[in-house]
Write a protein that binds this ligand. Structure first.
Ligand code: NAD
Length: 368
């Protein structure tokens, strides 16, 4: 069994804007090393399309083993049109799915917080999003993205059939529900669990298992159930009714992208993907912005690095037990926004437009 090295941070910038935003995270980590003597050991390697171009695979065994022994993996983003024609098993996104699956990162935490300074950046009315603070807990290693059988096969009449299978076991549901209930206890103590129990058996099992775990161990948390399509609608109608949303892999993917727009930009939302703690209290975890490689803006120096920097704040909190440092970093982001600094995606009247690296530098100067 490969042991996790406590202070090892593996940077996997990936493709498109990934290297641009992870460069800003690296500056932040170096700042903590220089000014707070936190002794993070930084390593950096290739993942995704750039790895495919160099090694013929989106994730080499060497990088996978580095990931296994790192307490924190900071991923930028993978993919882009350059690799559209690549065989499915070698596509950049497969690297991400392999890391999540093999490291057993089953709980994906996606906070959607609307910063007061950015209420006008949302496409929704300010009164709908002001004060918004939602945490989406998405199951990450099961469901339709991983279920078997899967594939595309020829059938009669010269037609082809695409198959994906949506499956969940009780234990897969219970372990992620436990994460959601535990986190809710530190927040407003409310969980809304989303599935499609009206039309899917796996959704019915999801609902039953979440309810019985609640009745057994988490009676003090307020639990309600909502159909995922209704949740999508409620998120734009009245998002502040939510505290913790617990949901599966597919619905979580969509609902969290929808929630991101409540906050103004995909470039603002961090995420954490956590595994289980072993008996020594060690946990594997990967942190990444929820956005993709944004090929339309890659290389222009305009990408918003805040989602990635806030992902590192989550790493400080969940993997490194450095809550105070996490808070300081989150506060530094707020202060840079208070100064009116905006990357292009969140730019508005009377604000000052800054580049990716200027935003990173401003956040670091607020840390000082
Ligand atoms: P995307 O998130 O890359 O971009 C969607 C839109 O948001 C684009 O207009 C982009 O410019 C903008 N955007 C995203 N991040 C931004 C940032 N930090 N600052 C400013 N603007 C930002 O989604 P897409 O265009 O659907 O996907 C592009 C590629 O990324 C695809 O190959 C997709 O498979 C991949 N992808 C990867 C991940 C990941 O690595 N975790 C996630 C989603 C998509």
């Amino acid at each position: 069994m490969i042991k996790v090295k406590k202070r090892r941070v593996l940077l996997l910038p990936g493709d498109g804007i990934g290297p641009e935003v992870i460069a800003e995270v690296k500056k932040v980590i170096n700042w903590f090393n220089d000014k707070k003597s936190l002794d993070f050991e930084i390593d950096e390697d290739l993942v995704g399309g750039i790895s495919f171009d160099k090694h013929g695979t989106p994730l080499t065994d060497e990088v996978f083993y580095k990931a296994l022994e790192s307490a924190v993996i900071m991923l930028g983003a993978v993919g882009g049109p350059k690799w559209d024609g690549v065989e499915f098993s070698k596509k950049p996104e497969r690297a991400l799915l392999k890391l999540r699956k093999e490291l057993k990162l089953f709980a994906n935490l996606r906070p959607a917080i609307c910063f007061e300074q950015l209420v006008n950046a949302s496409t929704l009315k300010p009164e709908i999003v002001s004060g918004l603070d939602i945490l989406i807990v998405r199951e990450l290693t099961g469901g339709v993205y991983f279920g078997e059988p899967r594939g595309i096969k020829p059938i009669e009449n010269g037609e082809r059939k695409g198959v994906n299978t949506h499956t969940y076991t009780s234990s897969e549901i219970i372990r992620v529900a436990r994460v959601a209930f535990d986190l809710a206890k530190k927040r407003s103590n409310r969980v809304i669990s989303c599935e499609k129990s009206n039309v899917m058996e796996a959704g019915q099992l999801w609902k039953e298992e979440v309810q019985s775990l609640h009745d057994k161990d988490y009676k003090e948390v307020e639990l309600s159930h909502m159909l995922a399509d209704n949740c999508a609608m409620q998120l734009v109608r009245n998002p502040k009714q939510f505290d913790v949303i617990l949901t599966d892999n597919l619905f979580g993917d969509m609902l969290s992208d929808e929630a991101s727009m409540l906050t103004g930009s995909l470039g603002l939302l961090p995420s954490a993907s956590l595994g289980a703690k072993n008996k020594d209290g060690e946990m594997r975890a990967m942190y990444e912005p929820i956005h993709g490689s944004a090929p339309d803006i890659a290389g222009k120096g305009v990408a918003n690095p805040i989602a990635s920097i806030l992902s590192f704040a989550m790493a400080l909190r969940y993997s490194l037990d450095l809550d105070k440092e996490a808070e300081a970093l989150e506060k530094a982001v707020q202060e840079a926004l208070n100064d009116g600094l905006r990357t292009k995606d969140i730019m508005s009247d009377k604000m000052k437009e800054v580049s990716t690296s200027q935003m990173g530098d401003a956040i670091i100067s607020k840390l000082q």
